[in-house]
Design a protein around this ligand. Sequence first.
Ligand SMILES: [Zn+2]
Length: 301
Amino acid sequence: MTTDRSLGHSTVLIGDRGGKYPDGNALLVTGRHETLVIDPSLSVIPRCAQLPRIDRVVNSHCHEDHLAGNHLFPDVPWCVHELDRPGFLSLDGMMAIYGFQGAVKANFAQAVVDQFHYVARPDTTAFRDGDVFDLGGGVRVRVIHTPGHTRGHSCFHVEPDDVLYLGDIDLSSFGPYYGDAWSDLADFERSLALVRGLEARWYATFHHLGVLDGRAAFLERLDKFAAVIDAREQRLLAYLAEPRSLEDIVVHRFVYRPQDPVPWADACERRSMGQHLDRLRRDGRVREVEPGRYRAVGGAR
Ligand SMILES: [Zn+2]
């Protein structure tokens, strides 16, 4: 049992095992007129009866672990960034976000429904960057669009308590995840630079960390998190001292460890490291030395 964190009008509902996947940390925000929950995770389900009345569900993006508790609130509005909204309209729309194929896709779609309680909501409403949810009594939740993890991924700033909810910019040692069809490495890097400039008193993440107090702690974790991107790229460059194909890169693994039993690992490696490979080729640091085989130019730096 982990203790929730109360941050003024916000409460971080800490998930089981500290919000480690498949769980996560939801955020409850209560104003004078309205209470909303952001990213109701699996851990919200058993404690639903103890929560105050929820008037709105807000999702940082359309991923299975972030919407696992949405079904508990069928009669209130659900809101997500307009770019991730297709994932809430149908299961097919959601599966397009991941871009998995074959048996991985079929099994994952089943898990999204059976383990994460996915239900489509065709009337899901859309928000955009800068939109504000006014909950009354001076409590406001502002949308900050931070694409990269998904196209619509968004962070939220809560006033007056100065809480920044970072969703899956989760500051974990795993590093940024940009391994889905709708993920984008360059967007993720821009979003990291954007949140680096945001001042807040408290920083909350969906996984692992829970809450960081103050900007110094946030910057330290953010810089380590961002550095994982460069570390992956450097390892790829070193690996490309010999000519390799994208499939060699997928099998070698740069995001997950070879022993990690993750069904979508190949898809994630292909998408993640394919983006690194494209970038290195564009920058002239890697060349296609024979069809489909790539080698670093002049060795790793
Ligand atoms: Zn996610």
